[in-house]
Design a protein around this ligand. Structure first.
Ligand code: PMP
Length: 394
Protein backbone atom coordinates (compact mmCIF):
# COMPACT_ATOMS: atom_id res chain seq x y z
CA UNK A 1 0.00 0.00 0.00
CA UNK A 2 1.20 3.50 -0.76
CA UNK A 3 2.00 5.71 2.19
CA UNK A 4 3.13 9.28 2.31
CA UNK A 5 6.74 9.81 3.36
CA UNK A 6 5.55 11.99 6.22
CA UNK A 7 1.82 11.59 6.82
CA UNK A 8 0.14 14.66 8.31
CA UNK A 9 -1.62 13.99 11.60
CA UNK A 10 -4.83 15.61 12.78
CA UNK A 11 -2.97 18.67 13.91
CA UNK A 12 -0.18 18.51 11.35
CA UNK A 13 1.18 21.32 9.31
CA UNK A 14 2.49 20.47 5.84
CA UNK A 15 4.85 17.46 5.87
CA UNK A 16 8.39 17.61 4.52
CA UNK A 17 7.28 16.08 1.20
CA UNK A 18 5.16 19.20 0.63
CA UNK A 19 2.16 16.99 -0.16
CA UNK A 20 -1.04 16.94 1.84
CA UNK A 21 -4.04 14.63 2.02
CA UNK A 22 -6.23 15.38 -0.98
CA UNK A 23 -9.89 14.38 -0.57
CA UNK A 24 -10.95 15.94 -3.87
CA UNK A 25 -13.83 14.25 -5.73
CA UNK A 26 -11.92 14.33 -9.00
CA UNK A 27 -9.40 14.67 -10.34
CA UNK A 28 -8.46 12.75 -7.22
CA UNK A 29 -5.17 11.79 -5.67
CA UNK A 30 -2.81 9.41 -7.44
CA UNK A 31 -0.54 6.81 -5.82
CA UNK A 32 2.86 8.23 -4.81
CA UNK A 33 4.79 5.60 -6.73
CA UNK A 34 2.81 6.38 -9.89
CA UNK A 35 3.60 10.08 -9.54
CA UNK A 36 7.31 9.31 -9.07
CA UNK A 37 7.32 7.17 -12.23
CA UNK A 38 5.55 9.89 -14.21
CA UNK A 39 8.24 12.36 -13.15
CA UNK A 40 10.88 10.14 -14.77
CA UNK A 41 8.97 9.12 -17.86
CA UNK A 42 7.87 12.62 -18.84
CA UNK A 43 11.57 13.40 -19.20
CA UNK A 44 12.83 10.19 -20.75
CA UNK A 45 10.79 6.98 -20.95
CA UNK A 46 12.57 3.62 -20.93
CA UNK A 47 15.92 5.14 -21.89
CA UNK A 48 14.52 6.28 -25.26
CA UNK A 49 15.82 9.80 -24.74
CA UNK A 50 12.29 11.12 -25.34
CA UNK A 51 9.48 11.75 -22.84
CA UNK A 52 6.19 9.85 -23.04
CA UNK A 53 4.28 12.98 -24.08
CA UNK A 54 6.54 13.46 -27.10
CA UNK A 55 6.47 9.98 -28.60
CA UNK A 56 4.47 9.24 -31.73
CA UNK A 57 1.20 7.49 -30.96
CA UNK A 58 2.15 4.95 -33.66
CA UNK A 59 5.73 4.39 -32.52
CA UNK A 60 7.19 1.40 -30.66
CA UNK A 61 7.30 3.07 -27.26
CA UNK A 62 3.61 3.97 -27.24
CA UNK A 63 2.72 0.60 -28.84
CA UNK A 64 4.13 -1.04 -25.71
CA UNK A 65 2.44 1.40 -23.31
CA UNK A 66 -0.94 0.86 -24.99
CA UNK A 67 -0.61 -2.93 -25.26
CA UNK A 68 0.30 -3.20 -21.59
CA UNK A 69 -2.55 -0.89 -20.55
CA UNK A 70 -5.06 -3.08 -22.41
CA UNK A 71 -3.53 -6.29 -21.02
CA UNK A 72 -3.33 -5.08 -17.46
CA UNK A 73 -6.88 -3.72 -17.48
CA UNK A 74 -8.08 -7.12 -18.70
CA UNK A 75 -5.98 -8.96 -16.11
CA UNK A 76 -7.47 -6.98 -13.22
CA UNK A 77 -10.99 -8.13 -14.07
CA UNK A 78 -10.28 -11.35 -16.01
CA UNK A 79 -12.15 -9.74 -18.88
CA UNK A 80 -13.33 -12.30 -21.46
CA UNK A 81 -12.37 -12.00 -25.12
CA UNK A 82 -15.82 -10.94 -26.27
CA UNK A 83 -15.40 -7.58 -24.50
CA UNK A 84 -13.45 -4.63 -25.88
CA UNK A 85 -11.61 -2.07 -23.78
CA UNK A 86 -11.63 1.40 -25.29
CA UNK A 87 -9.83 4.58 -24.28
CA UNK A 88 -12.10 7.42 -25.38
CA UNK A 89 -12.15 11.19 -24.86
CA UNK A 90 -14.85 13.70 -23.98
CA UNK A 91 -15.06 12.56 -20.35
CA UNK A 92 -17.68 10.29 -18.88
CA UNK A 93 -20.15 13.00 -19.93
CA UNK A 94 -19.61 12.18 -23.60
CA UNK A 95 -21.01 8.71 -22.88
CA UNK A 96 -24.33 10.36 -22.14
CA UNK A 97 -24.78 10.76 -25.90
CA UNK A 98 -22.53 7.97 -27.24
CA UNK A 99 -24.50 5.29 -25.39
CA UNK A 100 -27.97 6.17 -26.76
CA UNK A 101 -26.62 7.23 -30.16
CA UNK A 102 -25.05 3.80 -30.70
CA UNK A 103 -27.37 1.50 -28.78
CA UNK A 104 -30.86 2.97 -28.83
CA UNK A 105 -33.00 3.28 -31.97
CA UNK A 106 -35.14 6.45 -31.97
CA UNK A 107 -38.44 4.75 -31.15
CA UNK A 108 -37.17 2.06 -28.80
CA UNK A 109 -37.05 3.05 -25.16
CA UNK A 110 -34.10 2.75 -22.77
CA UNK A 111 -34.55 2.47 -19.01
CA UNK A 112 -32.78 4.93 -16.72
CA UNK A 113 -32.48 4.73 -12.93
CA UNK A 114 -31.69 8.17 -11.59
CA UNK A 115 -29.86 8.07 -8.28
CA UNK A 116 -27.98 11.35 -8.51
CA UNK A 117 -26.80 14.31 -10.52
CA UNK A 118 -24.79 12.35 -13.09
CA UNK A 119 -27.50 9.75 -13.67
CA UNK A 120 -30.00 12.58 -14.20
CA UNK A 121 -27.65 14.15 -16.76
CA UNK A 122 -27.41 10.83 -18.56
CA UNK A 123 -31.20 10.59 -18.79
CA UNK A 124 -31.56 14.17 -19.98
CA UNK A 125 -29.05 13.74 -22.80
CA UNK A 126 -30.51 10.44 -23.94
CA UNK A 127 -33.74 12.27 -24.76
CA UNK A 128 -31.99 13.72 -27.82
CA UNK A 129 -32.23 10.21 -29.24
CA UNK A 130 -35.95 9.67 -28.77
CA UNK A 131 -37.97 7.70 -26.25
CA UNK A 132 -36.52 7.05 -22.79
CA UNK A 133 -38.01 5.86 -19.49
CA UNK A 134 -37.07 6.91 -15.99
CA UNK A 135 -37.95 3.63 -14.27
CA UNK A 136 -36.86 4.52 -10.72
CA UNK A 137 -35.44 7.52 -8.92
CA UNK A 138 -34.26 8.58 -5.45
CA UNK A 139 -35.07 12.25 -6.12
CA UNK A 140 -37.87 12.27 -3.49
CA UNK A 141 -35.28 12.13 -0.67
CA UNK A 142 -32.54 14.24 -2.27
CA UNK A 143 -30.81 11.11 -3.54
CA UNK A 144 -29.93 9.80 -0.09
CA UNK A 145 -30.77 6.18 -0.92
CA UNK A 146 -30.74 3.59 -3.70
CA UNK A 147 -34.19 2.40 -4.89
CA UNK A 148 -35.13 -1.19 -4.01
CA UNK A 149 -35.19 -3.71 -6.82
CA UNK A 150 -39.00 -3.88 -6.51
CA UNK A 151 -39.18 -0.14 -7.30
CA UNK A 152 -37.51 -0.60 -10.71
CA UNK A 153 -40.25 -0.98 -13.32
CA UNK A 154 -38.24 -2.37 -16.23
CA UNK A 155 -39.49 -2.34 -19.80
CA UNK A 156 -38.89 -5.77 -21.30
CA UNK A 157 -38.36 -4.19 -24.74
CA UNK A 158 -35.80 -1.57 -23.58
CA UNK A 159 -32.58 -1.16 -25.56
CA UNK A 160 -30.68 -1.17 -22.24
CA UNK A 161 -30.92 -0.28 -18.55
CA UNK A 162 -28.64 2.58 -17.47
CA UNK A 163 -27.57 3.28 -13.88
CA UNK A 164 -24.69 4.89 -12.01
CA UNK A 165 -23.05 2.60 -9.46
CA UNK A 166 -21.65 5.34 -7.22
CA UNK A 167 -23.16 8.78 -6.87
CA UNK A 168 -20.13 11.00 -6.44
CA UNK A 169 -22.03 14.07 -5.29
CA UNK A 170 -24.56 12.51 -2.91
CA UNK A 171 -22.25 9.81 -1.53
CA UNK A 172 -24.45 6.79 -2.22
CA UNK A 173 -23.44 3.52 -3.83
CA UNK A 174 -25.22 0.40 -5.06
CA UNK A 175 -24.49 -2.39 -2.56
CA UNK A 176 -25.86 -5.83 -2.07
CA UNK A 177 -27.75 -5.72 1.20
CA UNK A 178 -28.43 -9.18 2.65
CA UNK A 179 -30.77 -9.56 5.66
CA UNK A 180 -30.46 -5.85 6.32
CA UNK A 181 -26.65 -6.05 6.32
CA UNK A 182 -24.55 -4.16 3.81
CA UNK A 183 -22.11 -6.59 2.14
CA UNK A 184 -20.35 -3.72 0.30
CA UNK A 185 -20.47 -5.96 -2.77
CA UNK A 186 -21.81 -4.66 -6.01
CA UNK A 187 -25.57 -4.72 -6.52
CA UNK A 188 -26.55 -4.75 -10.17
CA UNK A 189 -30.10 -3.99 -11.36
CA UNK A 190 -31.95 -7.17 -12.33
CA UNK A 191 -32.78 -6.19 -15.88
CA UNK A 192 -35.11 -8.47 -17.88
CA UNK A 193 -33.34 -11.25 -19.80
CA UNK A 194 -31.69 -9.97 -22.95
CA UNK A 195 -31.69 -6.30 -21.92
CA UNK A 196 -28.07 -5.16 -21.57
CA UNK A 197 -27.01 -3.22 -18.49
CA UNK A 198 -25.06 0.00 -18.98
CA UNK A 199 -23.25 1.40 -15.96
CA UNK A 200 -21.52 4.68 -15.23
CA UNK A 201 -18.80 3.36 -12.90
CA UNK A 202 -16.75 6.58 -12.96
CA UNK A 203 -16.29 6.92 -9.24
CA UNK A 204 -16.06 3.33 -8.01
CA UNK A 205 -14.56 1.22 -10.76
CA UNK A 206 -11.93 -1.19 -9.42
CA UNK A 207 -12.62 -0.23 -5.81
CA UNK A 208 -14.03 -3.76 -5.37
CA UNK A 209 -14.46 -6.93 -7.45
CA UNK A 210 -16.48 -6.48 -10.62
CA UNK A 211 -17.84 -9.03 -13.07
CA UNK A 212 -18.07 -7.24 -16.41
CA UNK A 213 -19.89 -10.17 -17.99
CA UNK A 214 -23.01 -8.96 -16.16
CA UNK A 215 -22.87 -5.75 -18.22
CA UNK A 216 -23.27 -4.78 -21.83
CA UNK A 217 -21.27 -1.58 -21.41
CA UNK A 218 -19.43 0.10 -18.54
CA UNK A 219 -17.79 3.51 -18.67
CA UNK A 220 -15.60 5.41 -16.27
CA UNK A 221 -13.82 8.74 -16.47
CA UNK A 222 -10.22 7.98 -15.51
CA UNK A 223 -9.61 10.85 -13.11
CA UNK A 224 -10.79 9.12 -9.92
CA UNK A 225 -9.75 5.47 -9.66
CA UNK A 226 -7.97 4.83 -12.94
CA UNK A 227 -5.59 7.68 -13.60
CA UNK A 228 -5.71 11.25 -14.83
CA UNK A 229 -8.34 13.30 -16.63
CA UNK A 230 -8.27 13.04 -20.41
CA UNK A 231 -9.53 9.58 -21.10
CA UNK A 232 -12.66 7.57 -20.35
CA UNK A 233 -12.42 3.81 -20.22
CA UNK A 234 -15.27 1.95 -21.90
CA UNK A 235 -15.77 -1.80 -21.60
CA UNK A 236 -18.19 -2.98 -24.25
CA UNK A 237 -19.48 -6.37 -25.37
CA UNK A 238 -18.77 -7.34 -28.98
CA UNK A 239 -22.36 -7.31 -30.20
CA UNK A 240 -22.92 -3.81 -28.77
CA UNK A 241 -19.70 -2.43 -30.24
CA UNK A 242 -21.02 -3.21 -33.69
CA UNK A 243 -24.66 -2.33 -33.04
CA UNK A 244 -25.97 0.33 -35.40
CA UNK A 245 -28.96 2.05 -33.87
CA UNK A 246 -28.59 4.82 -36.48
CA UNK A 247 -26.13 6.27 -38.99
CA UNK A 248 -23.36 8.10 -37.16
CA UNK A 249 -20.13 9.89 -38.06
CA UNK A 250 -17.12 7.60 -37.61
CA UNK A 251 -15.81 9.28 -34.47
CA UNK A 252 -19.12 8.75 -32.69
CA UNK A 253 -19.14 5.00 -33.31
CA UNK A 254 -17.76 2.61 -30.69
CA UNK A 255 -16.71 0.26 -33.44
CA UNK A 256 -14.27 2.80 -34.88
CA UNK A 257 -12.30 2.63 -31.62
CA UNK A 258 -12.81 -1.11 -31.10
CA UNK A 259 -11.37 -1.87 -34.57
CA UNK A 260 -8.35 0.40 -34.24
CA UNK A 261 -7.03 -0.12 -30.68
CA UNK A 262 -8.56 3.20 -29.59
CA UNK A 263 -6.31 5.13 -31.95
CA UNK A 264 -8.16 5.97 -35.15
CA UNK A 265 -6.66 9.41 -34.53
CA UNK A 266 -4.15 10.72 -31.96
CA UNK A 267 -5.37 9.31 -28.66
CA UNK A 268 -4.79 10.96 -25.26
CA UNK A 269 -1.34 9.38 -24.90
CA UNK A 270 -0.50 10.91 -21.53
CA UNK A 271 -3.78 9.89 -19.92
CA UNK A 272 -3.57 6.34 -21.31
CA UNK A 273 0.03 6.05 -20.12
CA UNK A 274 -1.01 7.10 -16.59
CA UNK A 275 -3.90 4.60 -16.60
CA UNK A 276 -1.34 1.95 -17.50
CA UNK A 277 0.75 2.81 -14.44
CA UNK A 278 -2.32 2.79 -12.19
CA UNK A 279 -3.41 -0.61 -13.58
CA UNK A 280 0.01 -2.03 -12.65
CA UNK A 281 -0.32 -0.47 -9.20
CA UNK A 282 -3.76 -2.09 -8.78
CA UNK A 283 -2.41 -5.49 -9.86
CA UNK A 284 0.40 -5.24 -7.30
CA UNK A 285 -2.19 -5.42 -4.51
CA UNK A 286 -2.81 -9.07 -5.41
CA UNK A 287 -1.08 -11.80 -3.42
CA UNK A 288 -0.55 -15.51 -4.00
CA UNK A 289 -4.00 -16.31 -2.67
CA UNK A 290 -5.93 -13.04 -2.88
CA UNK A 291 -7.14 -11.15 -5.91
CA UNK A 292 -6.03 -7.51 -6.08
CA UNK A 293 -9.63 -6.23 -6.06
CA UNK A 294 -10.49 -8.28 -2.96
CA UNK A 295 -7.53 -6.68 -1.22
CA UNK A 296 -8.54 -3.20 -2.38
CA UNK A 297 -12.15 -3.73 -1.34
CA UNK A 298 -11.12 -4.79 2.16
CA UNK A 299 -8.87 -1.76 2.42
CA UNK A 300 -11.57 0.58 1.13
CA UNK A 301 -14.13 -0.78 3.59
CA UNK A 302 -11.65 -0.19 6.41
CA UNK A 303 -10.78 3.31 5.14
CA UNK A 304 -14.42 4.35 4.88
CA UNK A 305 -15.08 2.70 8.25
CA UNK A 306 -12.75 5.14 10.04
CA UNK A 307 -14.69 8.16 8.79
CA UNK A 308 -18.17 6.65 9.13
CA UNK A 309 -17.25 5.72 12.71
CA UNK A 310 -16.32 9.35 13.33
CA UNK A 311 -19.75 10.43 12.01
CA UNK A 312 -21.65 7.79 14.00
CA UNK A 313 -19.60 8.33 17.13
CA UNK A 314 -20.08 12.11 17.19
CA UNK A 315 -23.29 11.96 19.25
CA UNK A 316 -25.26 13.60 16.50
CA UNK A 317 -22.77 16.40 15.78
CA UNK A 318 -22.08 15.08 12.27
CA UNK A 319 -24.98 13.92 10.12
CA UNK A 320 -24.36 11.67 7.13
CA UNK A 321 -26.32 12.38 3.94
CA UNK A 322 -26.64 8.77 2.76
CA UNK A 323 -28.83 6.15 4.37
CA UNK A 324 -26.52 3.64 6.11
CA UNK A 325 -26.98 0.77 3.64
CA UNK A 326 -26.39 3.07 0.69
CA UNK A 327 -23.21 4.68 2.05
CA UNK A 328 -20.47 5.06 -0.49
CA UNK A 329 -16.98 3.69 0.14
CA UNK A 330 -15.57 6.33 -2.17
CA UNK A 331 -17.38 9.63 -1.45
CA UNK A 332 -18.45 10.22 2.15
CA UNK A 333 -20.92 13.05 2.64
CA UNK A 334 -21.69 14.60 6.02
CA UNK A 335 -22.47 17.91 7.67
CA UNK A 336 -22.08 19.79 10.96
CA UNK A 337 -25.08 21.16 12.92
CA UNK A 338 -24.90 24.53 11.07
CA UNK A 339 -23.57 25.85 7.74
CA UNK A 340 -21.27 28.16 9.73
CA UNK A 341 -19.68 25.15 11.40
CA UNK A 342 -19.36 23.46 7.98
CA UNK A 343 -17.34 26.47 6.81
CA UNK A 344 -15.22 26.39 9.92
CA UNK A 345 -14.66 22.66 9.50
CA UNK A 346 -13.33 23.11 5.96
CA UNK A 347 -11.16 26.04 7.00
CA UNK A 348 -9.68 24.28 10.03
CA UNK A 349 -9.21 21.09 8.01
CA UNK A 350 -7.25 23.08 5.45
CA UNK A 351 -4.97 24.41 8.17
CA UNK A 352 -4.48 20.87 9.49
CA UNK A 353 -3.33 19.57 6.10
CA UNK A 354 -6.52 18.22 4.47
CA UNK A 355 -7.83 19.49 1.16
CA UNK A 356 -10.89 19.03 -1.04
CA UNK A 357 -13.45 18.50 1.71
CA UNK A 358 -16.08 21.07 0.79
CA UNK A 359 -19.31 19.34 -0.22
CA UNK A 360 -21.16 19.92 -3.48
CA UNK A 361 -23.85 22.59 -3.38
CA UNK A 362 -26.53 19.91 -3.88
CA UNK A 363 -25.84 18.41 -0.45
CA UNK A 364 -23.98 21.19 1.34
CA UNK A 365 -21.69 20.19 4.19
CA UNK A 366 -18.61 18.15 3.45
CA UNK A 367 -17.53 15.37 1.16
CA UNK A 368 -14.45 13.24 1.71
CA UNK A 369 -13.51 11.39 -1.47
CA UNK A 370 -11.37 8.40 -0.65
CA UNK A 371 -10.48 6.68 -3.89
CA UNK A 372 -8.10 3.72 -4.11
CA UNK A 373 -5.02 5.95 -3.98
CA UNK A 374 -5.99 7.66 -0.71
CA UNK A 375 -3.83 6.00 1.94
CA UNK A 376 -5.52 4.60 5.04
CA UNK A 377 -3.36 6.99 7.08
CA UNK A 378 -5.24 9.89 5.48
CA UNK A 379 -8.64 8.45 6.44
CA UNK A 380 -7.51 7.76 10.00
CA UNK A 381 -6.09 11.26 10.32
CA UNK A 382 -9.33 12.76 9.01
CA UNK A 383 -11.41 10.69 11.44
CA UNK A 384 -9.22 11.87 14.29
CA UNK A 385 -9.56 15.48 13.15
CA UNK A 386 -13.35 15.06 12.99
CA UNK A 387 -13.52 13.69 16.53
CA UNK A 388 -11.47 16.62 17.83
CA UNK A 389 -13.55 19.12 15.88
CA UNK A 390 -16.81 17.69 17.26
CA UNK A 391 -15.43 17.76 20.81
CA UNK A 392 -14.31 21.39 20.52
CA UNK A 393 -17.37 22.69 18.70
CA UNK A 394 -20.18 20.45 19.93
N1 PMP B 1 -20.32 10.34 -13.81
C1 PMP B 1 -19.88 10.38 -12.53
C2 PMP B 1 -20.38 9.35 -11.56
C3 PMP B 1 -19.01 11.38 -12.12
O1 PMP B 1 -18.60 11.43 -10.85
C4 PMP B 1 -18.56 12.34 -13.07
C5 PMP B 1 -17.58 13.43 -12.70
N2 PMP B 1 -17.48 13.79 -11.41
C6 PMP B 1 -19.05 12.26 -14.37
C7 PMP B 1 -19.92 11.25 -14.71
C8 PMP B 1 -18.62 13.27 -15.40
O2 PMP B 1 -17.31 12.97 -15.76
P1 PMP B 1 -16.46 13.85 -16.75
O3 PMP B 1 -16.14 15.10 -16.04
O4 PMP B 1 -15.26 12.97 -17.02
O5 PMP B 1 -17.27 14.07 -17.97
Amino acid sequence: MTTFAAAPSASATKPASGRIFNFSAGPGCLPDEVLQQIREDVWNIGGSGIGILEHSHRGKVFDKVLAEAFDDFRKISNLPKNYHVLFLTGGATAQNYMVPANLKPQDQTADYITTGYWAEKSLEQAKFYGTVSEIATSKDKNHSYIPAESACKYNSNAAYVHYCSNNTIYGTEWHDVVNGQNTWNQRIPQAPAGVPIVCDMSSDIYSRPVDFTKFGLVYAGAQKNLGAAGTTVVVIRDDLATKKARELPLMLQYNTFAKDESRPNTPPVGAIYICGLVFKWILKHGTANRHCLDVLQELNIRKAGHVYAAIDGSKGFFKGHAEPNARSMMNLTFRCPTPELDDKFCKDAGTAGFDGLKGHRATGGMRASMYNAMPEAGCKALAQFMAEFARKNG
